[in-house]
Design a protein around this ligand. Structure first.
Ligand SMILES: Nc1ncnc2c1ncn2[C@@H]1O[C@H](COP(=O)(O)OP(=O)(O)OP(=O)(O)O)[C@@H](O)[C@H]1O
Ligand SMILES: [Mg+2]
Length: 251
């Protein structure tokens, strides 16, 4: 299987805080890969770095063979030189579903979906994708003219995923899709994520604090602690790993 996303030795800092420390990882085309880790370990920072929202101190990020972020200077010093802007990275086929969903609550469901397609020029294609989203998430079809703030947390999460899919991505990055939701709703959302991967062939990189759900939903997993990748293995193996069981599965 070919590598779609390759992260090579990246670091990100916020002032004196080293949020990511020499992180390397990859996601193969067609896979669901998860990243688990405690609060503040750097998971969201990694996703933001991938979409060009946080500058790199060192390292590089390659998507489908094209370097999308790198640092200026071989010594890794100096400010990041962003090769591609966030918009361009999105148009290359990566879509982020951000932590906390970040829906536009004053807008209707339909207007939110339109925002997700802001890089798409073809009106007919936008409408086709919207109808596909309403078929895939019937609740969104039923609520298309309602303000998003009237939706439940689970419905808002589905809308955030649908909005990301409106750009027609090859890969989606999901930042804690289960956050604050009831177990049955989380199960629904994970089922949808699996269908998006299997039916639409969208590669998935999933960040979750709910380690058990994430490992069950994925084929490969990474574990992050204090900005470092400390484990990488098949998800089935991580579910059996004693350290993972003690630290993340509450066993
Ligand atoms: N904008 C920021 N300015 C300063 N520090 C930040 C900023 N964003 C994150 N941090 C710090 O960087 C570290 C990593 O944060 P990050 O949000 O990536 O962690 P996380 O694994 O996503 O956590 P959570 O599980 O709570 O979402 C933390 O110490 C956090 O306090
Ligand atoms: Mg986070």
């Amino acid at each position: 299987m070919s590598e779609l996303l390759t992260i090579d030795d990246i670091s990100v800092t916020y002032g004196n805080i080293k949020a990511l420390r020499n992180v390397s990882m990859h996601v193969n085309q067609g896979d669901i890969v998860c990243l688990i880790g405690a609060n503040g370990s750097g998971k969201s920072t990694l996703l933001k770095a991938i979409v060009g929202q946080e500058p790199l101190v060192n390292g590089s990020i390659t998507f489908d063979g094209e370097e999308i972020c790198q640092t200026r200077g071989a010594n890794g010093k100096g400010k990041k030189h962003k090769i591609l802007t966030t918009d361009i990275i999105a148009s290359r086929g990566i879509a982020l579903v951000p932590e906390g969903r970040r829906v536009f609550s004053q807008m209707t469901v339909e207007e939110n979906l339109d925002m997700g397609a802001f890089m798409v020029r073809d009106k007919a294609l936008i409408n086709e994708r919207k109808e596909a989203m309403y078929d895939f998430f019937p609740i969104l079809g039923a609520r298309r003219r309602q303000k998003t703030r009237s939706l439940s947390g689970g419905e808002q999460q589905m809308m955030a995923i649908a909005r990301a899919l409106m750009s027609g991505p090859r890969m989606i990055l999901l930042d804690e899709p289960g956050l604050g939701l009831a177990p049955l709703v989380i199960a629904d959302i994970f089922e949808k994520i699996d269908l998006i991967n299997k039916q639409d062939n969208v590669t998935v990189f999933l960040v979750e604090q709910n380690a058990r759900m994430a490992l069950k939903a994925s084929t490969e997993g990474y574990v992050m602690e204090n900005g470092k990748i400390v484990l990488h293995d098949a998800s089935a193996s991580l579910l059996e790993n004693e350290k993972v069981r003690a630290a993340y599965l509450g066993e």
